[in-house]
Every structure is written in structure tokens, then in C-alpha cells.
Ligand binder design. Structure first.
Ligand SMILES: C[S@@+](CC[C@H](N)C(=O)[O-])C[C@H]1O[C@@H](n2cnc3c(N)ncnc32)[C@H](O)[C@@H]1O
Length: 248
């Protein structure tokens, strides 16, 4: 199954509407709310480095990693002029950064939903906990169960631009809480269209399920908010932010 291969080189074009600057401002407002001024940050599943770029502008020491070589290739191009960032290939499930610890670890844009096995997600959380300093913050967001089941699942989206035409067909498998994304791209090249396909799978986790898991691995406090504000999560929240504090 192909995930973030050829798609990596179109990712930024298809994410043009996503305001990463606003995303970064929201993360900064979380630091402010929690009285943190992190100097050393890790971004997991950094993708093509869209958020990383803003981190590099304001944080002294940035480390980022992703699992996809292709996403990292694009990230490298974007971040090569910053000298305060380490760009690595690692898997969130078993990453090991040689005992380096971070005051904050972030993971954005539903990358956590890509961990579809609960026991592997425990490993991600345990590993994150281990790489945080005392009083460190783990910040991530997910596509909510509601969004994956009712907004994305069972729907098909089509996008037609000058350079690429793509279809995004989805299927939600209730018994497994899994949402399958079947992506088909037709990319214009020399007056011809080149086709490629990818399948992505996101797991729909509930807010309480993740809160319990985070507490089990040792996080002393876990707060959740409706995305990009500090309101409580509602039944129809589509993106949920988690802020997990390590106090010991
Ligand atoms: C929706 S993209 C988000 C990328 C980036 N955070 C952003 O905001 O644009 C999901 C990313 O998660 C990465 N990913 C998925 N599973 C991973 C894992 N086990 N370890 C590290 N990265 C992973 C993918 O390669 C992809 O770059």
C-alpha cells in the first residue's frame, strides 16, 4: 500500500488552503496559556515541513522527523537554509533520539490518526513521554471520530486544478473504526495526464479513549480543546487538540 509517495510532491499544492501560520500562532497561544517558553522542540510526522518552517523562525533548537522519504525530501528543500533544525527519518512508534529531551513535542494535522493499532499508539505515547523534559508538553490534534465517520467517511471529494485532477473516495469501517481514503491523482505533464494512486488509513479514536491512554503512560494532566480556540470539545468538533503535561 502506497502512502505519501508520489503524493508527497503534490502535498503542498493540495494543502494551499491550510493556514500553517495560523496553526503556529495557535500553538504559541497554547504555550502562553500553559506558561511555557520552549527552547527545544520536537515535531513528529513533520511531513513537508510546513509548520516546521515557522518553528525554525522562533525556536532555538528544532528537531523534526517523518517516516516518508518523499515528504522528507520536500521538507529538506524547504528547511535547508535554517541552521537550527535537525531533519530525521524516524517512526513515531519507536523513535530514538539518543537521550535528547524536549520541552515540547508536537504532532499536527491528524498524523496521530495514522497510527491505526492501539498497542502501537501506546508505544508512541510512551516514547513521547520518555523524550519530554520534566514539565514538558505534548501537543497534538486529531480528526475526530465524528469527522471521520460522518464528514469524511462515505463521501467522495473531487478537485480539479490546472495541474492536477484528483478524486478522494472514502469508506468508514465501523467495526474497526477505520477510515480508508482511496486517492487517485491525474497529474498533467507535457500535455498528458499521469495517473497514480494511494490508500491512506486513519483510525477514529474517541476523546476519552486517548485521554485514558495518555494518563496510563504517565501524563499527569490531559486537556482537550476544539481546534484553534480554547472552547470545550463538542459532539460535532471536527478537529480536537490534546495538551498532555508531564509533571515528573
Ligand atoms: C496528514 S500528514 C501531516 C504532515 C504534517 N504534520 C503537516 O501538518 O502537514 C501525515 C504525516 O504523518 C506521517 N506519518 C505517518 N505515520 C508515521 C509514523 N509512524 N512515523 C512518522 N511519521 C508518520 C506521514 O508520512 C505524513 O507526512
Amino acid at each position: 500500500m502506497k502512502t505519501y509517495k508520489d503524493f508527497a510532491f503534490l502535498y503542498d499544492r493540495l494543502m494551499e488552503d491550510v493556514d500553517y501560520k495560523m496553526w503556529f500562532e495557535y500553538i504559541k497561544s497554547i504555550f502562553k496559556k500553559y506558561n511555557k517558553k520552549p527552547d527545544k522542540i520536537l515535531e513528529m510526522a513533520c511531513g513537508t515541513g510546513n509548520l516546521t518552517k515557522y518553528l525554525c523562525e522562533e525556536i532555538r533548537d528544532v528537531t523534526c522527523f517523518d517516516l516518508s522519504d518523499e515528504m522528507l525530501t520536500v521538507a529538506y528543500d524547504k528547511l535547508q537554509y535554517y541552521n537550527n533544525v535537525d531533519i530525521l527519518k524516524q517512526n513515531m512508534i519507536d523513535f530514538n533520539l539518543n537521550k535528547k529531551e524536549f520541552e515540547s513535542i508536537i504532532c499536527c494535522c491528524d498524523s496521530i490518526n495514522y497510527i491505526t493499532d492501539e498497542s502501537e499508539l501506546y508505544k508512541v505515547f510512551e516514547n513521547t513521554y520518555k523524550h519530554l523534559t520534566k514539565n514538558g508538553l505534548f501537543i497534538f490534534d486529531i480528526n475526530s471520530y465524528y469527522k471521520l465517520k460522518y464528514i469524511i467517511g462515505e463521501n467522495t471529494f473531487i478537485e480539479d486544478t490546472d495541474e492536477v485532477f484528483y478524486t478522494w473516495e472514502n469508506e468508514f469501517i465501523e467495526e474497526e473504526s477505520l477510515c480508508y481514503f482511496y486517492l487517485t491523482f491525474f497529474m498533467k505533464e507535457n500535455e498528458k495526464y499521469i495517473r497514480f494512486d494511494e490508500t491512506h488509513i486513519e483510525k477514529a479514536y474517541t476523546e476519552n479513549q486517548l485521554k485514558n491512554m495518555l494518563k496510563k503512560v504517565g501524563f499527569s494532566k490531559v486537556d482537550t480543546y476544539d481546534a484553534f480556540n480554547f472552547y470545550n470539545v463538542s459532539e460535532k468538533s471536527e478537529r480536537i487538540f490534546f495538551i498532555a503535561s508531564k509533571n515528573s
